[in-house]
Design a protein around this ligand. Sequence first.
Ligand SMILES: Nc1nc2c(c(=O)[nH]1)N[C@@H](CNc1ccc(C(=O)N[C@@H](CCC(=O)N[C@@H](CCC(=O)N[C@@H](CCC(=O)O)C(=O)O)C(=O)O)C(=O)O)cc1)CN2
Ligand SMILES: [Zn+2]
Length: 770
Amino acid sequence: MSVDTTTQTTAPFIATVPGTARIGANRELKRAVEAYWAGRSDRAALEAVAADLRATSRRALTDSGIDSVPVNTFSYYDQVLDTAVMLGALPPRVEAISDPLDRYFAAARGGAGHSGPDHSDTDSVAPLEMTKWFDTNYHYIVPEIGPDTSFVLDATKVLAELAEAAADGVHGRPVVIGPITFLALSKAVDGADAPLARLDEVVALYADLLGRLAEAGAQWVQIDEPILVTDAVENLPALAESVYSTLSEVATRPSILVQTYFGDARESLAALARTGVEGVGVDVVAGGVESVKSAGLGDKVVVAGVVDGRNVWRTDLDAALATLESLRGSVGSLAVSTSCSTLHVPYTLAGEDGLDDALRGWLAFASEKHDEVVALARAYANGRADQDEAFDAAATALASRTNDPRLHVDSVRTRLAGLSSADWTRPDSAARRAVQHAALNLPALATTTIGSYPQTTDIRKARQALRTGAIDDAEYTRRMRAEIADVIALQETIGLDVLVHGEPERNDMVQYFAEQLDGFFATSNGWVQSYGSRCVRPPILFGDVVRPTPMTVDWTAYAQSLTAKPVKGMLTGPVTILAWSFVRDDQPLAETANQVAFAIRDETIDLEQSGAAIIQVDEPALRELLPLRAADRAAYLAWAVTAFRLSTSGVADATQIHTHLCYSEFGEVIGAIADLDADVTSIEAARSHMEVLADLNGIGFANQVGPGVYDIHSPRVPAADEVTASLREALSAVPADRLWVNPDCGLKTRTTDEVAEALTNMVAAAHAVR
Ligand SMILES: Nc1nc2c(c(=O)[nH]1)N[C@@H](CNc1ccc(C(=O)N[C@@H](CCC(=O)N[C@@H](CCC(=O)N[C@@H](CCC(=O)O)C(=O)O)C(=O)O)C(=O)O)cc1)CN2
Ligand SMILES: [Zn+2]
């Protein structure tokens, strides 16, 4: 390999990734941890699966030509929780659990860590909270930092993974989450100051860690600081400069790569350039190259993430190479990588037999992305000619994307072009409320649920049987209808006011719709970890979106035929469908959102015509897509609100539109929630003690609201008087005639027994308060 202008130092490595997935190409880790939790397998079996996954992952990277392999990227549950363990920062309530692995699982999911799926231990502890990792659909465990938290370094895991790789002949690059990001993402408990006040103490542990890693033979360490692409904390550039000046002064240490991703680290790049760290990793896909060029990184290794690590499109290698070339001269040496860990994309295209050749040619999952990284690195070092084959193949495959008729459907384009604000505006909400009240005649404090009922083993088995051909469509429909009938009967027995069909027919609230809409491809094995052992298969939105036929009407109408009470139609909103899919990158998201909105709008109209008087359009991901930089937020919220309103404004005034939002921290989107102009908004509130109601009052919100009166994330059944207390709290903020009574979210992850008992208590509480 011959590089070299004289100004350029020889690169220590040229091709890498910031991290990889760990759930397994066939969800091996999911099955192994769930078996362990349920007591169906032992520690040794779990550890063997984990070791095998790590070995397979290392081999895949080295085989593709990656010459710096990240290690410590494995996790039994979550990498932020792993960092809390590394820093000795687990909360006191799990300390009584002496076994480290069971303590870890208890922190992640409550119980005693090794207890069976029902968490039925007597010595049960409450888990730590979970929340979204930046603007992704991955959830991390939120560390709790109290006044008594005393940080102590426990480098066991990272040293073990480094040694394991070395034994396998791989000189790994250990990866840890950095001190600024860790503390910024933690929450203060028991009256402690903001966790970042403890930065100096924590940095001292990282200094120790660097010494330990050097001793163990690590030549490089990667320290992840994605917080630097946000403005979640003041003075981030100054913090970065101070922390990494300190750490780079550690006498004996590996070379340090400070890795950023999910956006442009802007001034923090120049700040890092002023420290003694050897490398800086940047997300060129989300952040561009301008701030990299001007950061003064002329004596650093720059790890340039030009291959999108969180979307599935094949890289235009010529364009990416040009981007890399534009950095030559402003960086010390350059290595190519994905823009972030490939945790966020499926493992491989191999086995996706349902793909047509054109579509397959446009895509790259993790394994194909690793090959792209290597081709780009070699072309950057040796010239394009060295990699002509890969570059030409990409160019040929991508050429067909521009002209594929599925990407430009005239009927959709015409409809979009004719849009005006009348299409996303309903008449005055007070007037709607009067007609709806007359039509529905519901009591004050009306009771309802959020949509899904338990996804039982029988339901999933039926779907699997349909897939393998063991049963036919008619038999599948019969079984789903039986489930719906059971759920309707259960709700009538409990005495709920507004019923739902329970969503048994949906594998997932986004994938279910994607499977029925043109313009989407649903993978058969494209699993991506969402949290812990839970995975999703984000569909691929590649073309113009068309709804060939109604998607939910038969199920809802069947449910309505079984009861005199109103059954809510149940749809997923355009913003959430986008957030939980891999979305085409050849046009603005706003345009794609409106296409999806049209499909949902048509469905609301068909539902209304079939007799549905109430329709819920869920937008749980409204907050998740909020841009990481404050300056970008207003534009996002404007198109998100428009798309939602477009999807819900086609119905008559008498049709009551509900929406549902969960995954809180609503603060910054509270105005947008009001702008959605739903007749009824159900919203997560149980864990935050109804604070969201005061926020809504603060902006003059006058529509109806259903603050969740109990938390569905835990298997614990709330007693009637707890729900009563919750309700009274809500009533102090919102009058009874605007208040609905419902759980925080859907019930699909709970058991039927838990649900029956919890809802019975909820209805009893509503009656008591009425
Ligand atoms: N897309 C999405 N994102 C979301 C949410 C959501 O609902 N959807 N909710 C929030 C929380 N995230 C969640 C993510 C996943 C799950 C979840 O339960 N996932 C299931 C898979 C759901 C699914 O796709 N089920 C399919 C396939 C099920 C399956 O694994 N079948 C077995 C066979 C059947 C069996 O033996 O059980 C197999 O293929 O091997 C179906 O029901 O058809 C899991 O990991 O187990 C829950 C919440 C935020 N983000
Ligand atoms: Zn929800």
